[in-house]
Design a binder for this molecule. Structure first.
Ligand code: GLC
Length: 539
């Protein structure tokens, strides 16, 4: 177990993201719940993770699966009760697993009592918790659009004003300029810290300083001032782990959020590596391995000593990486392992998204079976713009968020052992082959490969400390790099293709120890999606 009284303990930790709606249902409503997470702690302990990032379980109308909160201090009855939450925190802690909650501080639900009061009465003290502009119902303050479609301004006839909503009309943006609102949020965070929560993931945190009149949504003028205040007022303990979601971040801005002086956050999630294979959200393009490697190199070297990387391939907003950069058919197992090795060999804190450790894949559904509001709006808007339906669907198959949100595949039983009832989103039909029960019965499974990766990170300090050097930067087939510390060195070799590729190790690694592989190594060649992790002592 990690010593979590140590500041920066999270630098040697591995986290696991649970998307509770799709993880495990225990009360037979087709909707995952907290008792389901409690029931699967043994599984997570076996995998070896140190913490769970729990996507939102707060009371919510579920317009955006809980990222629309109507009570920040309450548990949604669909997920369970506050007692269930307390039990989860306690049971997880017994196993050395910390609970990291999701904090949605940029916006609330339009059903939150603050918003209901704000909308009913301009004189309400809550009115200024949101962003309002006077006007007339036919002319919004400007032409900004919302991430999930439609305008970013919604008319409220009750007050005769427009309110700002960056994501959807059901998610009105909070006005961080208001100190009383900020106080409410800090107090709410303390409520959860007092319950034993050991960290937070901060949803779209780069948006909280927005100034919509200037059409600035990311990196507003007061952003870092607010984050530093948040750190001082709400994240008082040095041992809390905080990770901010920052779609806008580049290496330079990331250094501010994750400054080693501890004045802001532990680390951020940045997304550069996930957007290299798209022209825009709905226009996927083939991945260039050279670009991907240069991107990782920039982040690995850029944050060295000046920040801290998070490492992830998947989350609930992204398609499954094995379907995107790997091969989810013939070489599914090999490529899932190869991608894991590529990611977990680097410097930073790894996050595994539920099902990734099984090599779960994307799904294709008829349009009416999708749930995600982003998918539904994108489908409608693009049809209206005249894009061919076939094209739109193939973009949704490649990029849609529901790819990652299909129920966790626990077994070959009906509904993949996720629920006794029809799940809220269809189970991927490949569950009879790809499921946890099968993985646990097979020592060669993706699950046990992840288990080894997690264990290796705990055994060899080079995983945490080693400097990164990219080898063969111009190869479109191989991703190879070293991690070098004072007395030890790691070589990670990944074949990103479905072909065999000739390969000779660099000389210092000729007799190196093989820490992990997904094939029995053969001299002079790497088989399709082969990955090797090699280790040597320098002296
Ligand atoms: C973040 C969440 C995403 C959500 C959005 C709005 O990007 O990860 O799921 O829809 O913020 O809260």
């Amino acid at each position: 177990m990690l010593d979590k009284t140590k500041k920066d303990w999270w630098k040697s930790a591995v986290f696991y993201q649970v998307y509770p709606k799709s993880f495990q249902d225990t009360d037979g409503d087709g909707f995952g719940d907290l008792r389901g997470v409690i029931g699967r702690l043994d599984y997570l302990e076996k995998l070896g993770v140190d913490g769970i990032w729990l996507s939102p379980v707060y009371a919510s109308p579920q317009k955006d699966n809980g990222y629309d909160i109507s009570d920040y201090r309450g548990v949604d009855p669909r997920f369970g009760t506050m007692e269930d939450m307390e039990e989860l925190i306690a049971r997880a802690r017994e196993r050395g697993i910390s609970i990291i909650m999701d904090l949605v501080l940029n916006h609330s639900s339009d059903r939150h009592p603050w918003f209901l009061a704000a909308k009913a009465d301009r004189e309400s003290p809550c009115h200024d918790y949101y962003i309002w502009r006077d006007g007339t119902p036919d002319t919004p303050p400007n032409d900004m659009t919302a991430t999930f479609g439609g305008p970013a301004w919604t008319w409220a006839p009750e007050t005769g004003q427009w309110y700002f909503n960056m994501f959807s009309p059901w998610q009105p943006d909070l006005n961080w300029e208001n100190p009383a609102l900020r106080r409410e949020l800090y107090d709410m965070i303390r409520f959860w810290v007092d319950k034993g929560v050991e960290g937070f993931r901060l949803d779209v945190i780069d948006n909280i300083g927005k100034t919509p009149d200037e059409k600035i949504t990311f990196n507003g003028p007061h952003l870092h001032e607010y984050i530093r205040e948040l750190r001082r007022e709400a994240f008082r303990e040095d041992t809390l782990v905080t990770v901010g979601e920052a779609w806008s971040a580049d290496v330079e801005t990331a250094k501010r959020y994750a400054n080693p002086d501890g004045s802001e956050l532990s680390m951020i999630f940045q997304f550069e590596h996930t957007t290299l294979d798209q022209k825009s959200k709905w226009e996927p393009i083939p991945l260039s391995l050279v670009k991907l490697k240069k991107c990782y190199e920039r982040w690995q070297n850029g944050l060295r000593g000046e920040g801290w990387n998070s490492l992830f391939l998947n989350n609930h907003d992204l398609p499954r990486t094995v379907s995107r950069w790997g091969d989810d058919g013939k070489y599914r197992v090999e490529s899932a392992k190869m991608l894991a090795a590529m990611c977990h060999g680097m410097q930073g804190t790894p996050y595994i998204y539920q099902g990734e450790e099984l090599g779960m894949t994307n799904i294709r559904l008829p349009i009416e079976q999708y749930d995600d509001l982003e998918i539904k709006n994108a489908y409608r808007e693009q049809l209206e713009q005249g894009r061919a339906e076939e094209d739109i669907l193939s973009a949704i198959y490649a990029r849609g968020r529901d790819n990652a949100r299909t129920p966790m595949q626990w077994s070959a039983a009906e509904h993949a052992g996720f629920s006794q009832a029809e799940p809220w989103l269809p189970v991927n039909p490949n569950y009879r082959e790809i499921n946890a029960q099968a993985a646990l019965a097979d020592p060669g499974s993706v699950f046990f490969y992840y288990q080894s990766l997690i264990a290796l990170r705990k055994c060899y300090p080079v995983f945490q400390d080693g400097s990164f050097t990219l080898l063969e930067p111009e190869s479109e087939q191989l991703f190879t790099y070293t991690r070098s510390a004072e007395t030890e060195e790691l070589l990670v070799v990944c074949n990103f293709t479905g072909e065999s590729v000739p390969y000779l190790r660099p000389e210092p690694f000729a007799n190196a120890e093989l820490l992990l592989s997904n094939y029995e190594p053969a001299a002079g060649v790497l088989r399709p999606y082969e990955a090797q992790m090699l280790y040597r002592r320098k002296r």
